[in-house]
Write a protein that binds this ligand. Structure first.
Ligand code: SF4
Length: 504
């Protein structure tokens, strides 16, 4: 049975999945299969999503849900369809719309894995094979329009060969809820399409213009605000205006997920502690109300991102991390809270240069101490961070990497996973051999080795105390434990080899 659709929205399996309900496992899809066959790796990272009789996924990426809602609210026949079911719709559809946050694996985690292993990441292969499917080619030949959007849409500009191959008509770059409706009108009316639409700050939708999602989002993710006032030099989020969703709008999306049977969710913001903030100062009242509301609907929750300075400030000024975690843990359904935090660097010099406001309201001179204090606060409150770092910035010096290595040492007793990612200068992407041109310095290798043993220690701890508990997760837990054992053996071999080389 199929629906009558003019607009088919889809993405590849690496995003049309809920990663077994564990967002963090999604990181695996940004790498190639290591130590196991690719199908097993893919099953671990991105299992198939449950679909209804029409091929509509149970959960879909949140950003796609927004675009789907915008099109449906404007009266278009549009729906998100699982990639395995698009064939039957493309026979009659007018447009195929892709979304992705990392179309061609140029994003920091994917490009880092790619540069280190020299192997194409799973997500790259998965998306390229989707656009090369016969049903996509046949649809294009029949005149179906192809539109791409999402946070990774800029990557098409560096893979014009693939844009040409698939017959890409339009790129929508930026917050797409209003722009996609304009493009859809043109498609229905048979008007020519612009090849590139940029949505800047002045065209971004207001809170009222952002639609409420109509179907469940992956892992119950719900957005609470957009924008970030910290203005880090390497970040595009900061170009967006700050907008807070009112609680009733948040509740509507929680209800959509709840009605679909979703009981676990992620609160999404580029800094969750900025919800209802005064500038960069977190405020207790909106955050407490927000967490009470979310826990009314979800048994367990995670934060997408939080900034380290905000964690330190909120706890030291108001005891707010204690108050929030009390709310989150009090029903006994969860005993830890996951979050991604941007450490970026341990170097004060670099911190001042690329992200002077990241430490606010504290001084950038104290940045390493801010990071350590925030990690201690999180450890004490069972908040488990994945801390990302950036290496290989154009003006990075040896001393900067050394400072980051020292910081990793200071963080060793705090439960966390650390993720150093390589900065890829955009100019590199012009050349197909960009991966070969990325070279790790000796100090980078030292940093990766230190981070590896930090991560193994805490991954083992988490697997035995917090993460993937219960019989349902037993196969996944077992596979991850075997993988850790394999990775440790490999790393010991590499270290022995490097040591013997140095002695020669
Ligand atoms: S704090 Fe994070 S979201 Fe905000 S500007 Fe810096 S990197 Fe971007």
């Amino acid at each position: 049975m199929s629906l009558d659709l003019d607009f088919v929205l889809t993405t590849d399996r690496c995003l049309m999945t809920n990663h077994h309900g564990k967002e963090f496992i999604g990181f695996m899809a940004t790498g190639p299969a290591v130590g196991m066959p690719e199908p097993v790796w893919k099953w671990m990272a991105c299992p198939k999503m449950k679909v209804d009789e029409h091929g509509r996924p149970w959960q879909a990426p949140y950003g796609m849900r927004k675009v789907e809602a915008a099109l449906q609210d404007a009266g278009f026949k549009a729906a998100i369809i699982d990639p395995d079911h698009i064939g039957k719709y493309l026979k009659n559809a007018k447009a195929l719309m892709f979304s992705h946050h990392d179309y061609f694996a140029f994003g920091p985690p994917s490009s880092t894995w790619w540069a280190i292993t020299k192997k194409e990441p799973v997500n790259y292969k998965s998306f390229v094979s989707l656009i090369r499917r016969p049903e996509v080619r046949e649809a294009k030949a029949r005149g179906v329009k192809i539109v791409a959007g999402g946070p990774g849409v800029w990557q098409w500009l560096w893979r014009t060969d693939l844009a040409e191959e698939v017959g890409l008509d339009t790129i929508i770059d930026g917050e797409g809820e209003k722009a996609v409706v304009e493009i859809a009108k043109k498609i229905i009316e048979g008007e020519p399409l612009p090849s590139y639409v940029y949505v800047g700050a002045e065209d971004a939708p207001s809170v009222d213009e952002i639609p409420v999602i109509k179907g469940a989002s992956v892992n119950g993710l719900i957005e609470i605000m957009r924008g970030c006032a910290r203005s880090c030099r390497f970040c595009s989020v900061t170009l967006r205006p700050t907008r807070y969703y009112p609680l009733d709008k948040i509740e509507q999306e929680l209800m959509v997920n709840y009605r679909a049977g979703v009981r676990h969710g992620v609160i999404h913001s580029d800094d969750v502690l900025f919800y209802g903030a005064s500038g960069i100062y977190p405020r207790p009242e909106p955050l407490i109300k927000l967490h009470k509301l979310v826990k009314k609907y979800y048994k367990t929750i995670a934060w997408s991102h939080a900034s380290l300075a905000a964690i330190k400030y909120a706890e030291e000024k108001y005891g707010l991390i204690s108050k929030i975690t009390e709310i989150v843990y009090e029903d006994g359904n969860q005993n830890y809270l996951g979050v991604e935090v941007g450490i970026e660097t341990g170097s004060v010099r670099l911190a001042k240069e690329i992200m002077p406001a990241k430490s606010s309201p504290f001084k950038p001179e104290d940045y390493p101490q801010i990071v350590e204090d925030a990690f201690r606060i999180m450890h004490e409150h069972h908040i488990i961070p994945a801390g990302t770092m950036i290496i290989n910035l154009p003006d990075e010096r040896e001393d900067d990497v050394r400072a980051t290595i020292e910081l990793v040492d200071r963080l060793k007793d705090y439960r966390s996973i650390l993720v150093p990612m390589m900065f890829v200068p955009l100019g590199y992407l012009k050349n197909r051999d960009w991966v070969d041109r990325l070279k790790l310095k000796e100090s980078h290798v030292e940093l990766y080795k230190k981070v590896f043993w930090h991560n193994v220690r805490w991954a083992e701890d988490m697997l035995s105390t917090f993460y993937l508990r219960g019989p349902l997760y037993a196969p996944l837990r077992m596979t991850l434990k075997l993988f850790l054992r394999y990775a440790k053996r490999q790393m010991k071999r590499i270290e022995a080899y490097l040591e013997s080389k140095m002695k020669q």
